[in-house]
Write a protein of this length. Structure first.
Ligand SMILES: Nc1nc2c(ncn2[C@@H]2O[C@H](COP(=O)(O)OP(=O)(O)OP(=O)(O)O)[C@@H](O)[C@H]2O)c(=O)[nH]1
Ligand SMILES: C[C@H](OP(=O)(O)O)C(=O)O
Length: 214
């Protein structure tokens, strides 16, 4: 019996000077290592979920034997050019989702709508499952979740919104690191621990602190 083809998962990635909103707690070299660690967590989960990952990078970049495509254009232009070349369903997943799980990916892949949308906290879009890539386009940044709903509606495509704590937790700000230290089990958590980032409790709120000697 022949196996069903793996779903292509495209991961946009900017390896140089990424995660600038974490500049207060990590220097550039650390942010680059941390972004790579989060990417590694996402790639492992995609493999476990039976997807075929591909990195869409702004510069030449290698991660094991994962295929990389290079596109120097900005995020939206690069992804829309990619979508226009695809005939089969595509998963678009951000690289800063280190808590994503195979179960959550499977749940998204089992949605029957033309577009499955996983919102990010604060109005962004963390994962999209696009069954008809040539009929959809992306518009990231700002309230991109609302924009993606509107784009699907305008194109006459059905959509389903998938709520998942682990997929909706993208790591943008210092406060988001708390979630990795509480829920994470992969490379990203190890990296934070290696550079001395740990949980702190101040006035009853959980935050993070970095040990001075690291
Ligand atoms: N291919 C490509 N990917 C990008 C680009 N900009 C960001 N990304 C990726 O898109 C995803 C979401 O990006 P952001 O959350 O804005 O991450 P970031 O740009 O590293 O973070 P900030 O500098 O803090 O805004 C991540 O997977 C990034 O690596 C780009 O210009 N091209
Ligand atoms: C790419 C952008 O990511 P954010 O800046 O919201 O993390 C978005 O989700 O539209």
């Amino acid at each position: 019996m022949s196996e069903s083809p793996k779903i292509h998962a495209i991961i946009p990635f900017r390896p140089i000077n990424p995660k600038t909103r974490l500049s207060g707690v990590m220097d550039q070299e650390e942010r680059e290592s941390f972004a790579r660690a989060m990417l590694g967590d996402v790639i492992s989960v995609l493999h476990t979920a039976g997807c075929s990952p591909c990195i869409l990078s702004t510069v030449p970049f290698e991660y094991g034997d994962v295929t990389t495509q290079i596109d120097t254009r900005d995020l939206n232009e690069a992804l829309n050019a990619y979508l226009s070349r695809q005939k089969m369903p595509v998963l678009i997943i951000m690289s800063d989702l280190p808590l994503v799980t195979p179960d959550a990916i499977q749940r998204l892949l089992s949605c029957t709508a033309d577009v499955g949308i996983v919102p990010g906290r604060g109005g962004g879009t963390n994962v999209l499952y696009v069954r008809k890539p040539q009929e959809f386009r992306v518009d990231y940044y700002g309230a991109s979740f609302c924009d993606h709903v509107r784009i699907a509606e305008d194109a006459g495509l059905s959509y389903e919104v998938i709520d998942s704590f682990f997929m909706s937790t993208d790591i943008d700000e210092k406060e988001d690191l708390v979630e990795i230290l509480i829920h994470g089990m992969g490379r990203s958590r190890c990296f934070l621990q290696e550079i001395g980032i740990q949980l702190s409790l101040e006035h009853g709120r959980v935050g993070i602190q970095r040990s001075a000697h690291e």
